[in-house]
Design a protein around this ligand. Structure first.
Ligand SMILES: *[C@@H]1O[C@H](CO)[C@@H](O)[C@H](O)[C@H]1NC(C)=O
Ligand SMILES: *[C@@H]1O[C@H](CO)[C@@H](O)[C@H](O)[C@H]1NC(C)=O
Length: 503
């Protein structure tokens, strides 16, 4: 997951997920997935050992993305060889076409027996963020197992998914499973540094082939445990939307001068005044637009008095809830486009008035706004045309993917959660405030779901991009089981009859 807050304080994380994960499961639970000849997701003792050892080996290869220009390409090459060796059946299968994209990314096309069914896609990324050994209990690229956990960079973000997807497919193929519905597996190699070489190129390739996907599943959210105050039950959050982003450079260029006779206004003064106005004037609160309001009111039933009453009656309490969300900087990020001043540069010498002052601002755009709208807001707040704006990078928020009873991808994930994890009975759509590779695939499908089938606690959440990232062996084996089931469910799912309104 790219651009994640590194060390989120526990309370903030709690609040984030209280409001990020919202709405009760929408689909009817009773709809069974009917399978003709299902292969049970039971693995032998020997297979269980192979499964975890394969992940440890993957962690030991330091596929680090240092910057968009610099990654450990030796490790990326080694990783490509590693998956060939770990999953020989996948690479030998006549049903599967494997392609290397931009030298290090991988695209697998798994040909299903029924070409009338629309394909789907499973995604993950092979690169990781850097990790120095400082603060780690075990070296970050050791892949050591201790107390039932496999430790190391990438165990949660996101080699677990890379390995679990290929592992599940390997195990299905060994059991002679033939998929009915075709699917793709896309493994990008530069997700942590914007994904322009991996995901963007894979997407372009698929678009050039005229591929349309029923849905796709990428990283982005989890089954959350102990994140939500007063809610003891685990909540599976499937994110249905991702915020956009805008990196904007502001620049003021004035004539240089000597500090002994300064002009009335300097580039530094003009720029700081404008920047200060921006910081003091937050972007509009969009609570009530996007999935948040609906999902909050649906989650209401899980709470006791008075939270349930408040959440159930947002028509009345909306202004209060909306204000409350603004109070905390994390929940604030869910209701509006955020403005973060991240760089400021001017001046080189103590007695010279510098001609140039520059600042960079990182905006994370709410799903109900566009890059253009944010730019217009910025201009009107600054109200000073001596300030030049330069867009360094921008990404529109993803459209909101459907989560209703007819939404195939969402329903499939929900039903697979309920069958693999019977203890989880709350499945909710959410908002992802970080960015993932999935944004490059919006042209291919309107069903983009961000979900990792892992139980996650607040301390695990902080380890992603932080120290002591680890995954329990149990959690990882369940992820393999989940994908093993998901692939079969995608073949046997029967879409519900459309709901008919009485006239
Ligand atoms: C890059 O990866 C290789 C292993 O593939 C490793 O030996 C080397 O130390 C890594 N380089 C850096 C700078 O991390
Ligand atoms: C989506 O399709 C449009 C029109 O063909 C194209 O201009 C755009 O670059 C595509 N976007 C992505 C992310 O591939």
């Amino acid at each position: 997951m790219a651009g994640r807050v590194v060390a989120l304080p526990a309370q903030a994380a709690v609040l984030l997920f209280f409001f990020a994960s919202v709405s009760e499961s929408t689909g009817p639970r009773s709809r069974e997935i009917r399978g003709a000849s299902r292969i049970p997701s039971q693995f032998s003792e020997e297979e269980r050992v192979t499964i975890k050892e394969a992940l440890k080996g993957a962690i030991q290869i330091p596929t680090v993305s240092f910057s968009p220009e610099e990654s450990n390409t030796t490790a990326l090459t080694e990783f490509g060889e590693y998956i060939r060796q770990a999953f020989p059946t996948v690479f030998r299968s006549s049903l599967i076409r494997h392609e290397v994209v931009e030298e290090y990314s991988h695209l697998f096309t798994v040909r299903g027996s029924d070409s009338s069914l629309q394909p789907y896609m499973l995604m993950a990324h092979t690169d990781v963020v850097p990790a120095s050994e400082e603060g780690w209990e075990v070296p970050p690229f050791s892949g050591l197992e201790r107390d039932g956990f496999i430790h190391g960079r990438g165990t949660l973000d996101n080699k677990n998914s890379v390995m679990a997807i290929l592992q599940a497919l390997e195990l299905l193929l060994i059991r002679k499973y033939t998929p009915k519905r075709s699917f793709f597996i896309a493994l990008g190699h530069d997700e942590e540094v914007y994904g322009t070489k991996g995901a963007q190129k894979i997407s372009a390739l698929l678009q050039s082939r005229g591929v349309r996907l029923a849905f796709l599943v990428d990283e982005g959210s989890f089954i959350l445990e102990d994140f939500i105050p007063k809610l003891k039950k685990p909540v599976a959050m499937i994110s249905v939307v991702e915020k956009g982003a805008l990196d904007l450079m502001l620049q003021v260029n004035m004539t240089p001068g000597h500090s002994s006779a300064p002009p009335k206004e300097t580039s530094i003064g003009i720029l700081s005044a404008a920047i200060s106005r921006l910081e003091q004037t937050p972007m509009p609160n969009m609570f009530g637009r996007g999935p948040l309001k609906k999902t909050l009111s649906l989650l209401a039933n899980e709470f006791s008095f008075p939270t349930n009453i408040v959440l159930r009656n947002l028509w009345l309490f909306r202004p209060i809830v909306s204000r409350l969300m603004e109070r905390n900087h994390i929940t604030n990020a869910l209701v509006r486009t955020t403005t973060a001043l991240t760089m400021f540069n001017a001046g080189i010498k103590v007695n010279v008035i510098p001609p140039l002052a520059q600042a960079t601002i990182n905006f994370r755009i709410h799903p109900s706004q566009t890059v253009h709208e944010v730019l217009e807001h910025v201009k009107s707040i600054m109200a000073d045309d001596r300030i030049e704006l330069r867009v360094l990078r921008s990404a529109e928020p993803l459209p909101i993917s459907p989560s209703d009873a007819q939404a195939f991808g969402y329903q499939l994930l929900q039903q697979t959660v309920q069958s693999v994890f019977p203890e989880v009975n709350i499945v909710v759509p959410g908002i992802c405030i970080a960015n993932t590779d999935s944004r490059y695939y919006a042209n291919l499908t309107n069903g983009i779901y961000l979900f990792n089938p892992l139980f996650l606690q607040p301390q695990d959440f902080r380890s992603i991009h932080g120290v002591n990232e680890r995954i329990s062996v149990q959690n990882y084996q369940n992820q393999v089981k989940f994908i093993f089931e998901l692939i079969q469910n995608a073949d046997t799912y029967t879409e519900p009859a459309p709901h008919l309104h009485e006239l």
